[in-house]
Design a protein around this ligand. Sequence first.
Ligand SMILES: *[C@@H]1O[C@H](CO)[C@@H](O)[C@H](O)[C@H]1NC(C)=O
Ligand SMILES: *[C@@H]1O[C@H](CO)[C@@H](O)[C@H](O)[C@H]1NC(C)=O
Ligand SMILES: *[C@@H]1O[C@H](CO)[C@@H](O)[C@H](O)[C@H]1NC(C)=O
Ligand SMILES: *[C@@H]1O[C@H](CO)[C@@H](O)[C@H](O)[C@H]1NC(C)=O
Ligand SMILES: *[C@@H]1O[C@H](CO)[C@@H](O)[C@H](O)[C@H]1NC(C)=O
Length: 861
Amino acid sequence: MTIFRSFYSCLILQVALTLAMVYAQDDQSGFISIDCGMTPGLNYTDKRTGLNYVSDAGFIDSGVSQKILPAYNSAELDLQLTTLTSFSQGTRNCYTLRPEQGKGNRYMIRARFTYGNYDLKGQPPRFDLYLGSDHWDTVDFSMSLAMDYEIIHLTSSDYIYVCLVNIGLGIPFISALELRLLDSTMYAGQLQSLALSVRTNLGTSETVRFEDDKYDRIWYALDSSKTTNLVTSGTVSSGPSTKEKVPSRVMSTAITIDNLTDYLYYSWEATDANTTYYMYIYLAEIEILKRNETRQFNIYLNGDHWEGPVSPLDHMTSTLYSSFFNSSSYTLAMNKTKNSTLPPILNAIELYTARQLLQWQTDDKDAAAIWSIRSTYRPKKSWQGDPCVPQASTWVGLNCSYNDRMNARIISLNLSSSGLDGEIAANLANLTMIQSLDLSYNNLTGVVPKFLASLDFLRILNLTGNNFTKPLPAELLAKSNEGLLLLSIEEISNQEKVSCPTGSCKKSKSNKVVIPVIATATIIFVILTALSILWIIKRRKKVMNADLDSIETRNRRFTFSEVRSITNSFNTVIGNGGFGTVFHGSIGDNQVAVKMLSESSAQGYREFQAEVHLLMNIHHRNITSLVGYCDEGSRKGIIYEYMANGNLGMHLFDRTSEILSWRMRLQIGLDAAQALEYMHHGCRPPIVHRDVKCSNILLNENFQAKLADFGLSRAFATEGATHVSTGIAGTPGYLDPEYSTTNRLTEKSDVYSFGVVLLELITGRMAISEQTFILNWVNSIVREGSVENIIDTALQGEFDIDTAGMMLTLARACVNSVSTQRPTMNNVVIDLKNCLEAEEDFHNAIPDNIDGSISLVPDLR
Ligand SMILES: *[C@@H]1O[C@H](CO)[C@@H](O)[C@H](O)[C@H]1NC(C)=O
Ligand SMILES: *[C@@H]1O[C@H](CO)[C@@H](O)[C@H](O)[C@H]1NC(C)=O
Ligand SMILES: *[C@@H]1O[C@H](CO)[C@@H](O)[C@H](O)[C@H]1NC(C)=O
Ligand SMILES: *[C@@H]1O[C@H](CO)[C@@H](O)[C@H](O)[C@H]1NC(C)=O
Ligand SMILES: *[C@@H]1O[C@H](CO)[C@@H](O)[C@H](O)[C@H]1NC(C)=O
């Protein structure tokens, strides 16, 4: 005891200093005090506590202000509990709190609910309370018509969302919402969040709160007739063993018992045995003990010794805390030891239940960006709570990726027709994972900012229907020209092309040299059959396509002797056609394919010109890229990137090659469709390929498909024209019947041919086989009603019947004999993406033993 006393005397000075500081900074920084239902814009200082309350209007958009009935009001009731906000609209309504001190801090959050029969129903509701996506508690008034829910929570995000969720048992409401920053040492060491069950101030009838408690914990009085109250007029300081900073006002009262043979106990029932409780008990000696007096006791929980013997320090707080679980009821008992002349003493108790919160939220930077976009534009959308989480409540117009289990990322934002005005918000630059941004049909003005071009993942940008200042940033146009971005904006002027900035597209307008190829179907058929055996792989080498870009930047015109050396003197033939021969070649480490025109082929020469012009000007990852060309008198050749896996037809129709899986077929279809989408909708003027077919879809080493052979392609000569008249060209079986009868060429002719390719992908049959056109064959089987029998038997049933059905429907729509009834390539791409997604879902849902990948379904054997 003497040791304690001398220790105490030197501590008291230090404590006195600390207290002085505490009282000097009794400010409310780190506090957010919201009086829900108060008139927007108002604030007041609460007379009882001195706390500054603001209206909830700045923290939520939804809800209706209400007042409790006068009968339930009283002088004792906190002012902020007399009004409330109720939420009859929507199942989930969220307050957004953004404390200045940000994440990584421990906060106490208190939500207060006083029913007061505000709705005259006399029937309080029951609803769920969430912290972000984590269930915090169910608000239930069966014990009392006024409930407080409080949680101590270490945040991992700058945003705290408090959500009220309607569970069909009445309209959620809230009276007050309070956030308090705690000192970092308080309640530390707990990874879990602590939901308050009980916080009591013993030995008094007085409730203690701010400013006595600097952290505004509410210490409710608990009076018991069985115990004796003790009180001291002195100050009780925080001792060395306590970090919880219990106010002196709370510690200066305590309970004890009169009868020395008796003991103090405190008991409670668990809501369920799995609940983990954290109990904090606070002890201080507040009586002046005489020389011959001792107070010493042991503490037991459910009869098991927990602590002791303890002798509380004189006017100094000690904290004892522990977690308890695995029982349906608990009794804390304090028994004096034999030597003790005084009964046990107890000053205050806190009891918490542990909550494991996953704190799964939107990435902070994305959240900050989208919240400020929201405040810039105030879009006419209900945007509240966490932008991405939970997935079912993602903000309208937003799509998120959930690959990272902790942080969801925003990958698309659609603010089309949202009544936006002003300039493009700079905060968009912070949505670094965004892939698709649609700002079309608003009243946006100003210059289109350059930063849009630095969003690495942005693939779709729709700016149509605004009033932007011209010109567009060069960086953005360049990206669009490289095929890295599908940029949509109305034609600004004839000079400022969104795509195809120079060369063929413009030339085709003025340059009448590029005339339509007129050929009989027979001749074309011969040439194209020959083409289809192009690029047959003799060797499979490691291909490095990445460096092709650097080759492209140099002059693409090669001399004949350069071509000779590239092809190692035309050593390896990889294909042959009516117009000439295709050779394997290498430029540095890059493999290439070199198509040399035969000198006698006049028609081939026109195709050569058309193709070089076109490929020099269009760049897309699903279009074979031009490495260069050679045009030396009669020696003409085109150098392309090398496509290691040849053409699609080889894989589909040659039963000796490896079978393309269903998924690969969908992906190849999508790749090819994206190339056509780019030509039809990304290029101005649009380009019609005119010879879409399996043998013109080439596959690289990763089976990524690229559209090839642009010899027949035509750009529309005049803007605004919906079609051009040309001689008929194309391949039998793929040829649009409407085009061949009317001679009118539109993009829809490509859609038709693409539909035939889709049918080939589905069936594994050639466009024309056994004298039968593929569509007639498909229709005959559909009439029999056996869709499964249409699917390529080589797949041996390894496909998802639903996506097969979707794909078949799409293919049949594409080959509609009336061109206006066919979908556009935009729609085709959307449908194929959906197919691919559905396929992935299907694929993920079943165990996949075929490729040995790990099954997600537990083995039940
Ligand atoms: C505490 O004391 C009471 C009364 O003497 C006794 O009934 C009880 O068993 C004691 N508890 C423990 C855990 O020793
Ligand atoms: C009780 O008192 C005796 C005699 O003063 C002492 O020897 C003993 O250690 C004390 N027991 C406890 C638990 O303090
Ligand atoms: C954006 O939404 C509009 C209408 O809600 C829709 O027409 C448009 O296709 C969407 N944009 C994107 C890129 O999905
Ligand atoms: C982007 O985020 C950073 C912090 O991550 C911030 O400093 C910057 O102001 C934000 N930029 C914009 C334009 O909002
Ligand atoms: C866009 O701006 C024009 C002219 O300022 C105005 O007439 C029009 O109503 C605005 N549209 C919207 C949707 O705000």
